[in-house]
Design a protein around this ligand. Structure first.
Ligand code: HEC
Ligand code: HEC
Length: 216
């Protein structure tokens, strides 16, 4: 009885089931303890215990948070959920210009952005995951055009940046780019013929890009 009481107490205290039979000299191991508890009113307690034990181990992998198998993570743990609702915060990580140029003519977005993309804190982040915030200082994307005009594009709350031809004059390609925060910068050495930055800076990287555009 004392042994059973100790078992139940131990179970109630959420000790690992394996420790219980050891204390009682019971060679039946964890399964004996489990069936014991299952046949009396301790059953639900036991079920609760194992339930919370697996919840706890589930929590372990959850604490990896947004991490999935391939080192892909959504650092911000915040996602764009509003579909094609028009906004400069829309679809972080998506290939902005590619999608815009497939829009219905009435949507007025075809050819409107000369440059757009997203800055992230790590190299492999999924589409629709909000990118770098400006908490550690404002981030800007600095573009140098083919005729040496320098544009400074602010990075918004979703990590997105853009150059809107509705508000600004046309630019010449190819362009080079760097990302600035304070006196730190990440530089792209290769000049690019398109301003659709995320078409190469995908989750895994395309056309030789290492992955996302990184915040310094
Ligand atoms: C999956 C397709 C898709 C992707 C990807 C996408 N957009 Fe859009 N975007 C649209 C559509 C469609 C509209 C027009 C919506 C409308 O008119 O109702 C739009 C409109 C906009 C507008 C116009 C807002 C206004 O005030 O008129 C901006 C700015 C914009 N997008 C920025 C971006 C940026 C920056 C990215 C990339 C980080 C991006 N979009 C990625 C589909 C997309
Ligand atoms: C056609 C593909 C392509 C496009 C479009 C492109 N990049 Fe890149 N980017 C690359 C490649 C390849 C590298 C690695 C080699 C290098 O640094 O030139 C790179 C590297 C970078 C880097 C340094 C490494 C990193 O991941 O941060 C930055 C910053 C960057 N690009 C920003 C941009 C910006 C901003 C745009 C849009 C104006 C852009 N890129 C458009 C291919 C592209």
């Amino acid at each position: 009885m004392a042994c059973l009481a100790r078992r139940l107490a131990a179970v109630t205290l959420l000790f690992a089931a394996l420790l219980v039979p050891t204390g009682c000299g019971d060679s039946g191991g964890g399964s004996a303890s489990g069936s014991d508890a299952g046949t009396d009113s301790g059953g639900s307690t036991d079920a609760g215990t194992s339930g919370s034990a697996s919840a706890a181990s589930g929590g372990g992998s959850e604490s990896g948070g947004a991490t999935t198998g391939d080192g892909v993570q959504c650092s911000s743990q915040q996602y764009w959920t509003m579909g094609d609702f028009e906004s400069p915060l829309m679809h972080p990580g998506g290939a902005c210009l590619t999608c815009h140029n497939m829009a219905e003519p009435g949507e007025d977005i075809i050819g409107r952005l000369a440059i757009a993309g997203t800055v992230f804190p790590t190299l492999h982040e999924p589409d629709d995951c909000n990118g770098s915030s400006s908490e550690a200082g404002p981030i800007t994307v600095e573009i140098t055009t083919a005729d040496n005009a320098v544009l400074s594009l602010p990075v918004n709350a979703a990590g997105n940046f853009l150059y809107d031809l509705e508000e600004s004059p046309a630019i010449t390609f190819p362009i080079t780019a760097k990302v600035r925060r304070g006196d730190q910068e990440n530089v792209m050495n290769t000049p690019q013929a398109t301003g659709d930055c995320n078409s190469c800076h995908t989750e895994q990287g395309a056309n030789g890009a290492p992955g996302r555009i990184l915040a310094p």
